[in-house]
Design a protein around this ligand. Structure first.
Ligand SMILES: [Fe+2]
Length: 385
């Protein structure tokens, strides 16, 4: 069977890369930017650094700094309207996945009539933005800077539909992650872990994604605890930034699968962080996947530190992999759903939402998700961690 692997978004990677923002925007033809970030980026002193780089390069800019986590459709519409009114000729997003996704979606409103809601589609319908879009992640997690999906929260039913477009350039500067607090470091790093684990086991898997995702898991397993313990650990932050970016490139090609539907089900009910929601179901998702693609789950497990002697059957591969993931989760302080205050029955009920959202992702699962087996994965995730 033929497989596809894409070369989508160029990446400028390295410590201090943000200082090249102005020059790069100018090279892309930008003269007046819509600069999108949130309060946290401002407080961390990152926004002033981005603004200084733009000023030094003679690039004018307008600021939209109202981004909130899991950005709602109305925020995207507000940002887009401001950009149209200001007649900007490029977009820059600086922040976590929420800011980057808001930037991507709002940029589409330069050449597509508002509101953004009319472009939510599954399966994806890809849209072209008419101006350059530069994305600078400040956390090692979503990989949004290199993916062509922007996840927006519907203000109608709290579901998380997507719009699809690609950005022009990613600037990944590990220094921007130094101030990310431990809890957020853990959640975002484990989001990247699940991107890699789902990319390796997805129906749409390919050899290049597997290579990137496997290396990403090895890096996350080694360096996430170090970054969690000491946010200023230069090596750990550098490797985590690389891992999250590579996991992003990996799942950009293959897509994620059921874990991200299940995470969105939890998010809709509890509004807990995306990375937490993804990782909390990941071990038992791997147990289920092992029944169908044991060799692929074994790659995930081995990269996460599980030891295999070659005698394991599918169930043993699943269990060893799940145990390795749970050990990493405990090491970086991930609480169980119960410890997070979620009631067992309510948690399992997230299966209904998971089965309603994003048909495309569920189809990419190596087994056929049903309300019954998805409910079982939630139940085991609740009981076994
Ligand atoms: Fe994710």
């Amino acid at each position: 069977m033929a497989v596809v692997y894409n070369q989508l978004v160029p990446v400028l990677f390295g410590n201090g890369a943000l200082d090249l923002l102005g020059e790069k925007v100018k090279e892309l033809g930008g003269t007046k930017a819509m600069l999108v970030y949130d309060g946290g980026v401002k407080a961390a002193g990152i926004a002033p650094r981005a603004e200084a780089s733009l000023r030094n390069a003679g690039v004018d800019f307008v600021v939209f700094d109202k981004v909130q986590s899991d950005p709602a459709d109305y925020l995207v519409n507000e940002c887009g309207a401001l950009a149209v009114e200001a007649k900007v000729d490029c977009f820059i997003g600086v922040g976590g996945g929420s800011s980057l996704d808001c930037t991507k979606a709002a940029s589409l409103l330069m050449n597509h009539p508002a509101p953004i809601e009319q472009y939510f589609t599954a399966p994806p319908s890809f849209l072209e933005c008419c101006v350059p879009v530069v994305l600078c992640p400040t956390a090692a997690g979503t990989g949004s800077e290199v993916t062509q999906v922007a996840v927006i929260t519907s203000s109608v039913d709290h579901s998380k539909p997507s719009v699809f477009m690609r950005s022009s350039l990613a600037i990944v500067d590990p220094e921007l992650t130094y101030t990310v607090p431990p809890r957020v470091t853990a959640n975002t790093g484990l989001d990247a872990f699940t991107h890699a684990a789902e990319a390796i086991t997805a129906k749409g898997r390919n050899p290049r994604s597997e290579l990137l995702a496997k290396t990403a898991i090895e890096k996350i397993t080694k360096y996430l605890p170090q970054a969690y313990d000491d946010g200023k650990n230069v090596e750990a932050r550098y490797e985590m930034a690389l891992a999250a970016n590579w996991a992003g490139i990996a799942f950009q090609d293959t897509d994620c699968h059921l874990g991200h539907c299940m995470a969105d089900g939890i998010s809709a009910k509890y509004h807990t962080p995306h990375g937490y929601n993804c990782i909390v179901v990941d071990p038992e998702l791997m147990v289920e996947c092992a029944k169908f693609v044991p060799d692929k789950v074994k790659i995930v497990g081995a990269a996460a530190g599980a030891r295999f002697d070659g005698t394991e059957d599918a169930a043993a591969i699943g269990k060893k992999t799940a145990d390795a993931i749970r050990a990493l989760m405990r090491r970086v302080g991930i609480r169980s759903p119960k410890e997070s205050g979620m009631a067992r029955e309510d948690f399992i009920e997230c299966a209904k939402m998971a089965m309603e959202i994003d048909y495309g992702l569920r189809l990419n699962c190596p087994f056929e998700p049903t309300l019954e087996n998805v409910s079982e994965i939630y139940a085991r995730s609740y009981d076994n961690y």
